[in-house]
Design a protein around this ligand. Structure first.
Ligand code: OGA
Ligand code: MN
Length: 203
């Protein structure tokens, strides 16, 4: 298994990282089963963009359906993921002098045809989102099916992360613009953010 040190070194050097092994495949498969149960039982709702007054549904940009993890009522499967994520959060605090106080995450389902235009994860006037992360829950993804997470690095370089079962990625929320390319196939993921306390500093 990839060590946390290795993962975090890469994140800090490159501003992003992906790992096929940090999250055990068995756990990803359990999450995949659960997100499909949520979908089948109507526990997902349309995602919005922005925050507070700026929050709106924008169906031309996002057809995504989501369900937030409720920290008070995690399912046993969600708890297992939470433990792994919290280990990362604590390690980042210890080794990188960050003060990440908590994280938030949700299940996300992109139906065929859905995408998410190029954007930054920090909301205007709110710098709390510090580390973005994704965990993909799709068996045998083919590149022809689209749906890559495209990260825009420095010097106009891009890198594509494919949404294959168990692939876990992290990137710096304030720095990397990114998009989800149109998907041909229903695309399942967990997406979230590690946050600092912050008080809504304007940029
Ligand atoms: C987001 C996002 C990426 C992905 O929800 O803000 O960028 O791969 N998601 O689902
Ligand atoms: Mn994003």
């Amino acid at each position: 298994m990839e060590t946390l040190d290795h993962l975090i070194d890469h994140l800090m050097e490159q501003e992003w990282v992906q790992s096929q092994s940090y999250i055990p495949t068995g756990l990803a498969q359990q999450l995949a089963q659960e997100i499909q149960e949520f979908e089948a039982t109507g526990r997902l709702h349309a995602a919005t963009i922005g925050q507070g007054n700026e929050q709106h549904h924008n169906t031309t940009v996002r057809q995504t359906q989501i369900a937030w993890f409720d920290p008070e009522q995690l399912t046993p499967t969600q708890s297992q993921l939470h433990e792994r994520l919290d280990a990362i959060r604590q390690h980042l605090n210890q080794t990188c002098f960050l003060s990440l106080v908590d994280f938030e995450c949700h299940y996300a389902v992109y139906p065929p045809g859905a995408f998410y235009e190029r954007h930054l994860d920090q909301f205007r006037g709110d710098a709390r989102r510090t580390i973005s992360f994704t965990l993909y829950l799709n068996e045998n993804w083919e590149q022809e099916e689209g749906g890559a997470l495209r990260l825009y690095l420095d010097n106009n370089q891009t890198v594509d992360v494919w949404p294959e079962m168990g692939t876990f990625s992290m990137f710096l929320s304030a720095k990397l613009e990114h998009e989800v390319l149109p998907t041909q196939r229903t695309r399942y993921a967990v997406v979230g953010w590690m946050k600092t306390r912050g008080s809504g500093v304007l940029r």
